[in-house]
Design a protein around this ligand. Sequence first.
Ligand code: SF4
Length: 484
Amino acid sequence: MMNAELTAALETIRPELMTVTRLFGLPESIWDDTPRYIPAAEETGGNYRITFTDGSESATRTVPVPNDPDPRVQALHRRRAARRLCKQALYDLCRKTTGIHPPWGSMTGVRPTHLMNEALADGLSPEEAVDRLVRDFDVLRPKAELLAEIAAVQSALPAPGDGWMDVYIGIPFCPTRCAYCSFSSGEIGDGRLVAPYMASLAEEIRACAPMIAGTGRKLRALYIGGGTPTALPEKAFREMLSLVCEYFPGALETTVEAGRPDSLSRDKIRAVQEAGISRISINPQTMNDRTLRVIGRAHTAQQVRDAYAMAREEGVRHINMDVIAGLPGEGEADFRHTMDEAVSLHPESLTVHTLAIKRSSRMSLENAPLPDGMLTAHMVALGLEAARTLGMVPYYLYRQKYMAGNLENTGYALPGHACLYNVDMMEETSHILALGAGGISKRIWPEEGHITRAPNVSNITEYIARTGEMIRRKQELFLESIPS
Ligand code: SF4
């Protein structure tokens, strides 16, 4: 007879088990009416034991049943152990039957950097922490070593905490929509939404800015993103920058995304410089014109080169570059070309993304020929190589669902150029006051190990119509005490 707790765990973690089989590229249909993987579970001799079988092969895992004097803690620990065991046994079986070794092993639904930090907080040395991740999660050693390096870089950054707050300003307009985009930004089109949107944003900025000092905090990082803020017409862009800088002065770091080179002009770069912005992001994603057309970016590689040259002429000292590995139709030579160009453009920071096609993106509806997981992994390695050539170190890393090859996104930067906002966002270590459509404000509760959120609506017209409500959400989030 199956142990009741284990049986319950098996029934409730079906979605997590599906995540495990997805790591091996197995279709979701294997979980249909007659599942391919059959579990058997029992509690015997103080141990949980679970076996997954697929007919010819099987895998078994055993752990001691956790004990705790507090019955509630005991129940929680037992449930967790049972769930983890189920996932591990299934992982072992898939590894055996497919011969695939996923780069991040059995890590799912957890931030890899958190596991590294947890191991270091337990008093392990970086080498021991790497060993733990390799042993417990079957992570490839170079990936675990990357995490150890990131932890070391992050530990040297100005410490975040309750006394600081980051500010995010969302400008949800883009020149055109990229085929892989899953954000809620819209094409700027004839620009008729710009003026009402900016009026609402200004109202939200004026109402919310005093919350920082009002709650006894200081501004840490200011990030103007979207969308593509530089998609705004020059006058609106200048006005937005001067309003934001008036209400949020003194940040340790300020970023403006200028992601699409076709949205930049010399006047906008001058406005950025006059506003004292410390970092901009000009993102080719690929330096292959054919791919740029396929992914709907409506600019050329030459426009990227021109935008970098113009920014340098105007004295911009920190340019970040984003590229994507695994774009449709790209092979090794295409990605190598992009990285060679990246090296010759000398950005101060570089984020190598892996393509993730979410359901909300247009590309998921098309039959784009995508590079396979192995090729994408090779591209990611080329990205790391280019970052090293540029003298950069890795400083943040995150994974998302539906990433090609179950890989990761890694941010690299020259020493002293890590973006605090990116780290804060991924590590969830700082309060975030997020203004504009689609912004998600976060309040961290360091003592309680808790995070509360207040999302703004992402639809632009809804945001314009409900600005007052968005302001009240933030007031409730930051001015009220912790919900019980
Ligand atoms: S630039 Fe970014 S936000 Fe704009 S359409 Fe492309 S992916 Fe989406």
